[in-house]
Design a protein around this ligand. Structure first.
Ligand code: MG
Length: 388
């Protein structure tokens, strides 16, 4: 079997979903997805000559060929690895279809058929405990057992209040120095308390800080949140310094999660070896793909660290990732970022989410069929539909 073509279709969802289709001389095809980002679509096309004529069964070799072939174009990270991830997902789907086997079987089989997902929640522009609580109730009512909210978002009026209050008393808060004024910290706690009270103790609840804060101030926040029994507090400090990250993790009982900005197994090396996070969140269609994610998961498991993948993909990337999650003993929960995109599931013909879980089917590959009418209707302007 030989690869005859590699083409893409960029679908405008809440992110630009870069779908990657690989065709072969035997008529078997594979469909993958790369995380969104500037240049990703172009980089997939740049790799076409490396793939055409190759046997798609040799996924590991093709992954290395892409990594080594693209390393001259710049560092191996960012958009380059993201593009490689999209091709890698398509290759696994193709191999599964060629062997009439679900992707999960290719990674050792399933620990579970149902993959728990958490809904990333937004209460519009209303950053109040009441709005957060109402949204949480709505999403839990829709069947989700795990949810996440942003803790760092704040409307401008409220930000001004904190500046006014704290400039007078502490003279240290300004928008760029990463501090959390005490009034803001208390407000963040009230958001957390509002949600926890609304959904009760059983719902798995995470809060995201988007890399904004100082080690000291966010550690105080994490400590204040201990009584709410969070699933995790995410990305407390900027992502570049693992030692700073470790200091937060090691000084609070609130579990700390990070990892969506890292690439390939080497990117996770220090995070795992320093036990700098309690939970690791690789974005699978971004960080290198299914096999690289499995390697990171197995490595994390040597320190008994669970995996909770970050995910903003369409059903294609999400379910492909869910197959490898099924094969990870240390899988915890995976993100679902499209609760408010009502046509998300219409992009494929099979059912995907039911009662807060992805139900994997037993069809070959990732088991999904693209609904071409829906995909075409949301095709990004100025892009082609798989080369047409
Ligand atoms: Mg995040």
């Amino acid at each position: 079997m030989k690869i005859t073509d590699v083409q893409t279709a960029v679908i405008s969802g809440n992110f630009d979903w870069v779908l990657v289709k690989i065709t072969t001389d035997e008529g078997v095809t594979g469909l993958g997805e790369a995380y969104w980002g500037a240049g990703v679509n172009e980089l997939v096309h740049k790799m076409r000559p490396m793939l055409i004529g190759e046997n798609p069964i040799n996924v590991g070799k093709l992954y290395e060929k892409m990594v080594r072939g693209m390393s001259g174009a710049g560092s191996i990270g960012g958009a380059t690895v993201t593009a490689i991830s999209g091709v890698e997902l398509a290759l696994w789907d193709l191999v599964g279809r060629a062997l009439n086997t679900p992707i999960s079987t290719l990674f050792g089989g399933r620990f579970r058929d149902k993959i728990r997902i958490y809904a990333d929640c937004h209460a519009g522009d209303d950053y109040t405990p009441e709005a957060y609580a109402a949204k949480a109730k709505e999403v839990v009512g829709a069947g989700f057992t795990a949810i996440k909210f942003d803790l760092d978002q704040q409307n401008e009026e409220r930000r001004k209040t904190w500046v006014d209050e704290d400039l007078g008393r502490y003279h240290k808060f300004e928008p760029f120095n990463r501090t959390i004024p005490p009034a803001q910290r208390k407000y963040m706690e009230s958001l957390c308390a509002g949600v926890r009270e609304a959904v009760g103790p059983e719902i798995m609840l995470a809060m995201d800080c988007h890399w904004r804060y100082t080690v000291h101030d966010v550690t105080l926040l994490a400590q204040d949140l201990e009584k709410y029994d969070l699933m995790w507090l995410e990305d407390p400090v900027p992502p570049e310094n693992i030692k700073a990250q470790a200091r937060v993790t090691h000084n609070t009982r609130t579990p700390i999660c990070t990892g969506e900005n890292l690439y390939r197994k080497h990117g996770y090396q220090d995070l795992i070896e320093m036990q700098a996070a309690d939970i690791i969140a690789p974005d699978i269609p971004k960080m290198g793909g299914l096999m690289e994610a499995k390697k990171v998961a197995d490595w994390a498991d040597t320190y008994y660290i669970p995996i909770a993948p970050h995910n903003v993909s369409s059903p294609i990337g999400t379910v492909a990732a869910a197959h490898v999650c099924a094969a990870m003993s240390n899988f915890l929960v995976m993100e679902y970022h499209a609760y408010d995109v009502k046509w998300w599931e219409d992009l494929v013909e099979e059912p995907v989410i039911q009662d807060g879980f992805i139900h994997l089917n037993d069809k070959p590959g990732h088991g999904l069929t693209l609904n071409e009418d829906v995909a075409r209707a949301h095709l990004k302007e100025g892009t082609s539909f798989f080369g047409e």
